[in-house]
Design a protein around this ligand. Sequence first.
Ligand code: SF4
Ligand code: SF4
Ligand code: SF4
Ligand code: FES
Length: 512
Amino acid sequence: MPLLTIDDRAVTVENGVTVLEAARCLGITIPTLCHLPGKPTFTSCMICVVKDETSGRLIPSCSAPAMEGMVIHTDSAEVRQERKKVLDLLMSEHGGDCEAPCTTTCPARMDIPLMIRQIAAGQMDAAFETVTDKIALPAVLGRICPAPCEKACRRGRHDSPVSICLLKRFVADTALKVDADLRAASGSGKVAIIGAGPAGLAAAFHLARAGYACTVFDEQDEPGGQLRYRVDRDRLPAEILDREIEVIRKLGVEFRMKYRIEPGEGFKHLKADYDAIVLTPGRRPDQTHSVWEVESDGRGVQVEANTFRTSDPMIFSGGEVVHAGQMSVRAVAHGKSIACAIDQWLGGTPVVGVKKPFESRLGQLKDREIDAMMKDADPCARVEVGGYYGAGYSVDQALQESRRCLQCDCRKARDCKLREFACEYGASQKTYTVGARTTFSRTRSPHVIYEPGKCIKCGICVRLSGLAFLGRGYETVVGVPFGDSLESALGSAAADCVRECPTGALAWKADA
Ligand code: SF4
Ligand code: SF4
Ligand code: SF4
Ligand code: FES
């Protein structure tokens, strides 16, 4: 029974136990990708590397046996550097988009392909949740947003972009029609919001849903800011704006209109009465910045990137007072980021704002890659209904348009070990430019999608199913042998393969 030390703690294990298993006995987790408990070791990914101080060597812990007297370090700077190198190499040839280009281009980063899949499946409540997770006022934005996401839409390479903005409007209008109730968490904390424009309304919306008691103060008669006073009424009827503001009211947000916060004492009282302040008064002349007692320059109030925190730690600011002349969707995105930062602050966790995950990107696609994506999409032309001024989509039109989407995102984006480790170890797709990335292709069984470009050849599915390594050396790929179908090669192991595949190479077709 060998006795060894792992991260300065002694452990005695049975003969034949690996260093990885010995570490687990101590509650120490070492990252793995190709390891599959209960199956022969494969030792291909090397992410499980640790340092054996007795020999001075870096060793793969999933296959190295625990030996008497070993002194192991699992998380030193050297080990972490080695893991980053492993991940950089894996990522240099990785052929996948974690998020679709439409999502990464949307200033609010709405999960567009997920919303579209939910529309196609008739799951309108779920689609509304997806939209409102990132976007307050979706029926408003569905009428006025210039849709930068559509300029990035891959379908545009084939014929014309998916009509994302009208699909979002369809989801929002459907919810308004049925008077959908949005859930609000119960929490504690009082937030004052100065300014009822798009950024302030969005901050109120997300903070109220997170359980904070919000009061919005504004000097105007009605809430809406530039949405009410600067947008063409034919394009955005007041009724739509009012109904979306009503949704925010129903979340418990209090509005104090025709209310001017007096500088000096008035503002001091507000700071004493509330736990945090959101400063979104819209476009203001420079001198009024001094009213709020936060640092500003000629362009606007100065805030920390990502958290939107001002020089006063209890005041967060966004919208036009920070960046003048921006799209409303960006102001709405500011509101979401501010709500996230305030929630972190009042929750007692580090204020870092919305965390940016690792992004693998395919970049420019070749024509044959677009053709491969088109195989699963409806070839019909974009459903046109007169743009933003039109009546919007009917149910049938929305369904038809939703089927044009190429589903560019990765189905395992929230559940991919490779992405999780790439994020944790700060991996980069650009460190090694050994060659071109893997070409995108996609095979489907009735329930499972296989995308070879995302396969890291960990061999897990090969050990579990009838899939096999095909070809040799650099050309090796995991695939279906003997011209068989994906469905029969996976056989009864399909669920195990999808669950254990550490990347999005094998994923459920219908998985949201
Ligand atoms: S497999 Fe993982 S890293 Fe690759 S695209 Fe999907 S989520 Fe991103
Ligand atoms: S085809 Fe669909 S997923 Fe791809 S960019 Fe366009 S809307 Fe987004
Ligand atoms: S497809 Fe198979 S070999 Fe490739 S990453 Fe997934 S489990 Fe591993
Ligand atoms: S080499 Fe150990 S987990 Fe892959």
